[in-house]
Design a protein around this ligand. Structure first.
Ligand code: MSP
Length: 645
């Protein structure tokens, strides 16, 4: 028995810095379609996806929420996995960069690259924001200021390890320009890489940091953690067991057949990743595909939830079917280009392709077989020359679709399938079965026409299965196609349905969408939450009442929990005139040390009152944020005692 050919495909590993959105769905669905098709074709498929969980952004978010980075990512990773289950994503392995085996691989690789002289110690220079403890590059700054907090940044440097990326420039150029190898697609990205990065001169890459902690420690220098790309890109081999004992699939699946991603990270996959692999002496992936972005709202942008356009993939797949969403994204996106998303476009596409063309073809054909032959077609088949056009068009489909899907040109592949479906609908009109049915002598021809239609549906549905894996089996059932005639191979051969095929009417597969109504309903769903704030508005008060309050910025000098209270924090603050003690009921939302050094808003002239035996002189102001409270704070350029009016 011959061994199955291995096929290895990967999505990027996503940052769990926020919940998954429809943009993440595109790469993942694209890979799922290729993986499903390759499995149908008899390959031994490894489909890898996962999450990229380290980094300063996640460390900070967790800190803001008063939780640990791991607890924070666990919840979001869970949402990614739930979404993939909802969308029918058949990944074989899910890698998390916090998994022990991945950490082991990264540490081993880092050590090896260091020992072999590809990594060296030097100094990282950048713009530093002291309060945020973050380095930024010149291009990341917004108006020359910290992009996170808007404060002034200063030139600073820290000790860091660097990878000798510059060394690989000539080899990378050769790789990218090798026509036969065709490493990076689409071709336009090759020029981008060469003109924007290689030709201006590749810089060595900073691969460690000391300014934050949430990352994989460098084994031989533990104040450093491995910074971003060595950690992230390595997932593609750690998940196969490279330099770890958890898996043993590296020999079988590496090099990957294709890495899929959107354009913004093509650079890392086509320059940095091959260089790391060359330095390790390992083979390079066969192909890198960089698709465009799904954009939202006017002017596009990678992902911004535009008002009035619910794009929550959970909502869309629940309301219109998972397969409709999968179909729409793949049909609409032209490989390499950006593609605006709109619900209206999705509904139009659904109504025209799925409800009208495919849905109607199946339901009309099945209904006619039932009406004219009571479900089972008779044996005799009178095929003739006029059938050839439809049959030939269908014959050409499997290899076209295979090539289109394997190179991520889904819209072309699907367009071609739907051209055949449209041709089949026309074939019904040309042959007028309702006229044939009136004449007993024409019944054999009628049977042949219906058989051709059912068989065309069979062949098209096979090719649609990777894209619409949930609904295609229902179509097979309705047209009486058993497992043996629904394999990928079977799509290549005409007339494989049993001679006396029996149809079975089922539900309407794609009920038409009332576009106006649905848009209005989605609009209502996406309207900002109009829940009333917890505290109703108070009665109007005089200006004098307001003016009687003394509101000031105060600096927190110390902060600690009040013993035996799970609510209260005790602060000593500088109010600009001296120190005072104040209590605040926010212990559930902050660790005391998070607040020390902050400049907060406070009402300083409230009459003192006692809580848990301690005196509180004033009130620290905080704002409700869902079911927690956040302190109102200022930048530390605001002086203690500054009045708020
Ligand atoms: N963690 C890195 C990738 C490391 S891979 C070794 C990362 N993560 S990410 O969460 O930002 O994901 C980026 C990827 O998500 C894109 O490359 C693309 O695959 C997908 N998309 C996210 N938003 C998208 C759109 N709006 N449109 C299409 N794909 C998008 O970068």
């Amino acid at each position: 028995m011959s061994e199955k050919t291995p096929f290895y495909i990967t999505t990027p590993i996503y940052y769990p810095s926020g919940n998954p959105h429809i943009g993440h769905c595109y790469s993942t669905i694209a890979c799922d379609v290729v993986a499903r098709m390759k499995r149908m074709q008899g390959y031994d498929v490894m489909f890898l996806t996962g999450t990229d969980e380290h980094g300063q952004k996640i460390e900070k978010k967790a800190q803001e929420l008063g939780t640990t980075p791991k607890a924070y990512v666990d919840e979001i990773v869970d949402n990614f996995q739930k979404l993939w289950a909802t969308l029918g994503i058949t990944y074989d392995r899910f890698v998390r960069t916090t998994d022990d085996y991945h950490i082991k691989t990264v540490q081993n690789i880092f050590e090896k690259l260091y020992k072999d002289g590809w990594i060296y110690k030097s100094e990282y220079k950048g713009k530093y924001c002291t309060p945020c403890e973050s380095f930024w590059t010149e291009s990341q700054l917004v108006d020359g200021k910290c992009p996170d907090c808007g404060r002034v940044v200063t030139d600073a440097s820290e000790e860091a390890y660097f990878f000798k990326l510059s060394h690989f420039a000539p080899k990378l150029k050769e790789l990218l320009l090798d026509e036969e190898r065709n490493f990076l697609n689409p071709k336009s990205r090759v020029n981008e890489m060469i003109h924007n990065f290689i030709d201006p001169g590749l810089q060595d890459l900073c691969v460690s940091r000391t300014s934050f902690k949430w990352g994989i420690p460098v084994t031989f220098d533990d104040k450093h953690i491995v910074y971003v790309w060595i950690d992230a890109l390595t997932n593609y081999i750690s998940a196969l067991g490279y330099m770890n004992d958890t898996y043993n699939d590296y020999e079988k699946f590496w090099p990957a057949d294709m890495h899929v991603m959107a354009k913004e990270i093509v650079r890392f996959h086509s320059l940095i990743w091959p260089s790391i692999l060359m330095a390790l002496g390992e083979p390079l992936p066969k192909k890198v595909y960089g698709h465009g972005w799904i954009t939202f709202g006017e002017g596009g942008g990678k992902m911004s939830k535009s008002k009035g356009n619910v794009v929550d993939p959970f909502v869309l797949s629940e309301r219109y079917g998972v397969d409709s969403l999968r179909y729409h994204l793949l049909r609409e996106m032209v490989f390499g280009s950006d593609c605006p998303y709109s619900n209206e476009q999705m509904f139009n596409r659904y109504n025209s392709d799925l409800a009208n063309d495919l849905g109607n073809l199946v339901s009309r054909t099945v209904a006619m077989a039932q009406k004219y032959f009571g479900e089972t077609l008779p044996l005799q088949k009178e095929f003739n020359e006029s059938d050839e056009e439809l049959l030939k068009l269908t014959d050409e489909l499997p290899s076209f679709v295979d090539d289109a899907f394997t190179t991520l040109r889904f819209s072309e592949g699907l367009e071609r399938i739907f051209r055949v479906i449209a041709r089949a609908n026309k074939y019904i009109d040309e042959n007028e079965p309702w006229i044939l049915a009136k004449d007993e002598a024409k019944k054999p021809r009628l049977a042949a026409v219906l058989y051709n239609l059912l068989d065309t549906v069979r062949r098209c549905t096979i090719l649609l299965t990777p894209v619409m894996p949930h609904i295609c089996p229902e179509i097979f059932e309705q047209i009486g196609a058993g497992e043996d005639v629904t394999t990928w191979e079977a799509s290549k051969t005409r007339h494989l349905l049993p001679a006396q095929v029996a149809v079975k009417k089922g539900r309407v597969l794609f009920p038409r969408i009332d576009i106006e109504k649905e848009l209005a309903e989605l609009e209502a769903l996406s309207a900002p939450d109009r829940e009333l704030p917890e505290e109703p508005l108070k009665d109007v008060t005089s200006f004098d009442n307001f003016a009687a309050l003394d509101l000031r910025a105060v600096k927190v000098l110390s902060c600690e929990r009040v013993p035996k209270s799970d609510k209260l924090l005790k602060f000593i603050v500088d109010d600009g005139f001296g120190e005072r003690q104040v209590l605040s009921g926010i212990a559930k939302y902050y660790e005391p040390e998070q607040l020390v050094g902050k400049t907060l808003a406070m009402i300083v002239n409230l009459a003192p009152r006692k809580m848990m035996g301690l005196e509180s002189n004033g009130m620290i102001m905080s704002v409700r944020d869902g079911d927690r409270f956040r302190v109102v704070e200022f930048g530390d350029d605001i002086k203690a005692g500054a009045d708020i009016s």
